[in-house]
Design a protein around this ligand. Structure first.
Ligand SMILES: Nc1ncnc2c1ncn2[C@@H]1O[C@H](COP(=O)(O)OP(=O)(O)OP(=O)(O)O)[C@@H](O)[C@H]1O
Length: 539
């Protein structure tokens, strides 16, 4: 049902054209089959009228099946495109917390689930025209012999009941195999991103392969095989039940003589025409179960595939109080709950005003809550208690997108995108060269066609590239989370003296998370966190 809804929702008009074209294809193919069927049993065949009728239906069938296949293919292609776009926008508009929580499950969704849905949907054109043909032949069969058609219908019902019985197993195995695929992707992630550690340590790499990857892969394969076996049995059941039924019918006709055997022979050619399309349709029912398992995985991550409605309300600038701090945290609190035996980490309650042009250093030991507080200031985490205000206006969820767009941040694990399409052309032209020079990367990278010419850089150089992008974004507030941690002494100086000064001169508000106490004198204010609470403000 979900799949039909998906089709209708995707494009009502295409769905209608596809449905009508499929029905007409079914009708025309029935007419082709009928003319062959009548011709083979007609001793006084008028060859000329047979050729005319046959060719007309044949041409019509060819044309209509092309139209039907094309429209259904367009419809499925549209669904896949919408699915990819909707999923990507949903991920972008979901709460950061939920995406952070389900991060490892996103890649299998974007690759495996969409592929499963796309491959399964690909079979739809053959299924719709095939089913329409079966319905057409069935109508002709009923007209030809109501008694034998009654018996055939009973066989069709048996096929349907058998399929209904086996499909839940296809779904169950598809779901379990897909679950193990999640685990397998996590192992693969370790394989790719932990390759240095694995290559260095032979015992570890052997154990990773044999004790980590292999058992999960075996389990995934086991359920995948089960799913395919049940699905193959379901597909083959169509021919098996129909052929067995025909055998039983021959026995009954021989015994009770309710029709002649030659008449049954004519009839049986019609039944044979239904075998292939019915088998394809039964196969598609298994595919629907796979699609449903994939959709369920997508929805379990909290992403629905309905159209995305983005809400990005600007905070009314008329209400801004000019002397209010840019950002105020009013008794904000947030806890992370670990497993039951762990004590939860609680940040806050925090009260903090950040004024325009402030250069604030956020300091404190490992695990004291600096990054958590940073994510809260940026609007990535919602406070569980308390509130955040922007220029005197309380930030509500409808303002979040606008509020977040006030910031640019570089985290310790920031991803370096090579394209700079989101940066204004004027900024690129005026500032990029100056910044590349300031961070001494002019021998390594250039900006060409809105992209960096290379990303083949050392970790410290990549970090400098992230800093350039961040400054080019030209935002109101900047947040750098231990940016200088992996820079050499020279670039630490460049950062603390040149870059921070450059931002200050340009009127920016800057928050720097740091452990570099050598440079604490650069800050206007130092805020120290201890165990999630502000322990000290220093001017
Ligand atoms: N995603 C998360 N889920 C659960 N707990 C988390 C998560 N991120 C951080 N924590 C916990 O919150 C606490 C504060 O972490 P946070 O990253 O904010 O500290 P930090 O001050 O930035 O530390 P560091 O200097 O090591 O970067 C830690 O005890 C950590 O275990």
């Amino acid at each position: 049902m979900k799949v039909i809804l998906l089709l209708v929702k995707s494009s009502k008009s295409l769905f209608l054209i596809a449905a009508i074209a499929s029905i007409l294809t079914g009708l025309s193919s029935t007419m082709v089959i009928k003319s062959i069927h009548e011709a083979v049993k007609d001793d006084t065949l008028d060859v000329q009228s047979f050729v005319i009728a046959f060719l007309s239906y044949w041409l019509l069938y060819g044309f209509l099946s092309l139209v039907a296949s094309y429209t259904v293919a367009r419809l499925t292609e549209k669904i896949i495109q919408q699915l990819r776009m909707n999923l990507s926008s949903k991920i972008l508009s979901s709460t950061f917390e939920s995406i952070e929580h389900h991060q490892s499950k996103l890649l299998p969704i974007l690759t495996e689930d969409i592929k499963t849905i796309a491959y399964s949907m690909d079979r739809l054109p053959g299924v719709t025209t095939g089913l329409a043909t079966v319905i057409g032949i069935l109508a002709y069969m009923i007209w030809y012999s109501p008694i034998l058609s009654g018996a055939t219908l009973i066989l069709f019902v048996l096929v349907y009941l058998f399929t209904r019985f086996s499909l839940p197993f296809v779904r169950k195995y598809a779901y379990t195999s897909r679950d193990y695929l999640n685990d397998l992707f996590i192992k693969f992630e370790g394989l790719v991103f932990g390759i240095k550690e694995l290559t260095l340590n032979r015992d570890f790499s052997e154990s990773y392969l044999n004790d980590q990857i292999e058992p999960v892969s075996t389990l995934q394969n086991k359920y995948y095989l089960k799913e395919n076996v049940v699905s193959a049995i379901t597909n083959r059941s169509t021919d098996m039940i129909l052929l067995l039924g025909m055998g039983i019918l021959i026995f009954l006709i021989n015994h009770y003589q309710f029709v002649s055997l030659p008449f049954f022979g004519d009839y049986i050619t019609l039944v044979l025409f239904t075998l292939a399309p019915l088998s394809t349709a039964a196969g598609f029912l298994s595919s629907i179960k796979r699609i449903e398992a994939s959709l369920e995985h997508i929805e379990n991550v909290g992403i629905t595939i309905d159209e995305v409605k983005s809400e990005s309300l600007e905070i009314n600038s008329e209400n801004w109080e000019s002397n209010s701090p840019v950002i105020s945290l009013n008794a904000v609190e947030r806890s992370y709950y670990h497993s039951e035996e762990d004590a939860p980490f609680t940040l806050g309650p925090i009260n903090l005003n950040i004024n325009k042009g402030d250069l604030i250093f956020l300091v404190g030991g490992n695990g004291s809550g600096k990054t958590t507080l940073a994510k809260m200031i940026l609007g990535l985490y919602n406070p569980q208690n308390g509130s955040i205000s922007y220029k005197g206006n309380k930030v509500e969820s409808k303002h979040l997108s606008y509020y977040r767009s006030r910031f640019s941040a570089v985290f310790t694990d920031s991803y370096v995108f090579d394209q700079l399409l989101h940066i204004k052309e004027q900024q690129l032209q005026q500032k990029s060269e100056e910044l590349i020079d300031m961070l001494e990367l002019s021998k390594k990278v250039r900006i060409e066609n809105g992209k960096f010419s290379s990303k083949r850089l050392s970790d410290g150089q990549k970090k400098r590239l992230s800093l350039i992008v961040s400054i080019l974004e030209d935002k109101e507030v900047y947040l750098f989370d231990e940016w200088a941690a992996n820079q050499d002494p020279h670039f630490k100086e460049v950062f603390y003296y040149k870059i921070l000064n450059y931002l200050k001169e340009n009127g920016k508000t800057v928050i720097v998370i740091t452990h570099d106490d050598r440079y604490f004198d650069v800050a206007d204010r130092i805020i120290k966190l201890v165990n999630g609470k502000i322990a000290q403000y220093a001017q």
